[in-house]
Design a protein around this ligand. Structure first.
Ligand code: ASP
Length: 582
């Protein structure tokens, strides 16, 4: 499969069993070392790896030149094998070399050990991508796509493409606009996801749809977010949330196995409420325990002013009793930055008279009643040597502040530990109010509210539960989905709650509301963020490392120079005029 007209083998595939064979290889000169005895060692690299070739030192080949080498594979002399290299037991000798193309010296060493300036790497991305780490990342990415596609097809899903030139939709992100040449002054919008299109495919009777879809959102870039990203996008008719989750789980577990060789253990489930209560976040990293403990009942009616709050929660930090004052002050400051009024700490030490008894060391200890002291130790389960962190506040603040501290104290690098997938279900429908006092959809406005909560849409929107769910892996949100609204009257009610008037709804989403009048089946779906999944499977902290041509943090492409000005003629044709920059 790997033989072509120009080569018989790939560099990285040569092993001891090839000894004695004449081979023809093509690739890049990875390294050249003069050896004496009029010889030079050249490591030849292609996509499969490197192999050492022994050349006459008169042959002029240099770093990153493209060459074809014909030679004979032989075992390396006794004591010179390199066990760290897959081809390290052999070398290619008696070589004839043809230079296929010379190269300028590379802008940085093409080597995984060096940490070159990222802006130079991105400017010369085609050189950067030669590095084994990126070669391996993009191959894993391809393995993930292949496994996902196979799993979806096997489960009876039909792959359907949806338009890139689309229309604005209220999914929550800022959109990219594309000016129309034929309809001057009008714009297409690039899809932030195929959300509405896939719902229309359900109305169209396609039952089980999937697509490996590009999505575009004009939002600030972060380690886990680019303007363009890829989703495994899924929608099913006559299906429950559980059906969707089962289908997606199969695809994701298969993809993980394809990329890493290991099938992940069971996928866990938490409701949103449980995730918030126990981990202080809706995307819990389950690789380490450190669960939050509820102390609200213990401190109901307390005399301790700092603990007189609607919610009191604690986090036990194993071994934290040894933290010095600076570190503790740092944690208090951090909690305040995260929005808490304060953070109380208690060191759990052994009582002076020995034995099992524990003592709390803290400026607050003298204010605690005996019952509170005993309750604190008992409910937290803290052992001698541990540190207890306590936040008393509104429920959400107490949970999220301790959740953030939990993550910082327990932080594990992306690639470490087991892969703990988790479904988080029963999200609230709205996550707060915007400046005009309208609720903001926690997922998107096509999400079906919990049937029991429909009457509260207007009167108490923040108490409305939704039928939305997320998939989380090791603290990263991999994707979201929901049971959808399939009835026009409910969709109108939700638009109304969001402050979208019926005229506006008709003008912007009339096509969707109209579709709902033509026989829309109950349906549900999901989308998995493939860039994030692949990054975690590759142990990369930044999704740029698993995308061939990513943008920088400020949204530029350092290689092509995009975004850049259009030629005046092109602007005229589009009916556009630009205003000078500020
Ligand atoms: N369209 C949603 C998103 O991009 C996913 C879904 O609900 O299927 O997050």
């Amino acid at each position: 499969m790997t033989t072509t007209a120009m080569r018989s083998h790939r560099c990285g595939d040569l092993r001891t069993e090839h000894a004695g064979q004449r081979v023809r290889l093509c690739g890049w000169v990875a390294r050249r070392r003069e050896h004496g005895e009029a010889l030079a060692f050249v490591d030849l690299r292609d996509t499969s790896g490197v192999v050492q070739c022994v050349l006459n030192d008169g042959v002029d080949v240099r770093g990153e030149w493209v060459v074809q080498i014909e030679g004979t594979v032989r075992l390396r002399p006794e004591g010179t094998a390199n066990p760290d290299l897959a081809t390290g037991a052999v070398e290619v000798a008696d070589c004839s070399v043809e230079v296929l193309n010379r190269a300028e010296p590379p802008p940085f060493p093409v080597d995984d050990r060096t940490d070159s300036d990222e802006s130079i790497r991105l400017r010369y991305r085609y050189v950067d991508l030669r590095r084994p780490r990126l070669q391996s990342n993009l191959r894993r990415r391809a393995a993930v796509f292949a496994a996902m596609r196979a799993a979806m097809v096997r489960q009876g899903f039909v792959e359907i493409e949806t338009p890139l030139l689309w229309t604005p939709t209220p999914e929550g992100a800022r959109e990219f606009a594309v000016p129309s040449r034929l309809h001057r002054g009008d714009f297409y919008v690039l899809p932030q996801s195929p959300q509405i299109a896939k719902q229309l495919l359900m109305v169209a009777g396609f039952d089980r749809y999937f697509q490996i879809a590009r999505c575009l959102r004009d939002e600030d870039l972060r380690a886990d977010r680019q303007f363009e990203f890829t989703q495994l996008d899924v929608e099913m008719s006559f299906a429950s949330a559980d059906d969707v989750q089962a289908a997606v789980t199969e695809a994701v577990v298969d993809a993980t196995e394809a990329a890493t060789g290991e099938r992940p253990a069971m996928v866990e489930r938490l409701t949103w409420q449980q995730a918030m209560d126990r981990f202080g976040t809706d995307k819990p990293d389950l690789r380490f325990a450190l669960e939050l403990v509820d102390l609200t009942p213990l401190f109901a009616g307390t005399e301790v002013r700092a603990f007189a709050a609607p919610c009191v929660r604690a986090l036990t930090v194993p071994g934290g009793a040894s933290f010095g004052r600076n570190r503790l002050d740092g944690l208090v400051e951090r909690a305040k930055t995260l929005g808490a009024k304060g953070l109380a700490w208690f060191k759990v030490n052994a009582d002076e008279d020995g034995g099992e008894a524990k003592r709390l060391d803290s400026p607050l200890d003298k204010f605690l009643s005996d019952e509170e002291r005993a309750g604190l130790l008992q409910r937290s389960g803290a052992a001698v040597g541990d540190l207890l962190l306590v936040v008393a506040d509104e429920w959400r603040t107490a949970c999220t502040v301790l959740g953030a501290l939990r993550l910082e104290l327990g932080r594990m690098p992306v690639g470490e530990g087991p892969r703990r997938f988790c479904w988080v279900t029963e999200f609230p429908m709205f996550e707060g109010l915007d400046e005009q006092g309208h609720p903001v959809a926690a997922h998107h406005p096509f999400t079906m509210p919990h049937p029991d909560d429909l009457p509260r849409l207007r009167s108490d929107p923040l108490a409305v539960r939704s039928q939305a769910y997320d998939l989380v892996l090791n603290g990263w949100e991999l994707g979201s989905g929901s049971v959808r609204i399939h009835r026009e009257d409910i969709q109108r009610q939700v638009f109304d709650a969001l402050g979208i008037t019926s005229e506006e709804a008709e003008a912007r989403f009339g096509f969707l509301l109209s579709a709902f009048r033509y026989g829309a089946p109950p349906h549900a779906g999901f989308a998995v963020g493939v860039d994030r999944l692949v990054a975690i499977l590759c142990g990369e902290e930044n999704i740029r490392e698993v995308i061939a041509f990513p943008k920088t943090q400020s949204g530029t492409d350092l290689m092509t120079g995009a975004p850049s000005a259009l030629a005046p003629g092109a602007l005229r044709e589009l009916g556009l005029r630009t205003v000078p920059r500020d």
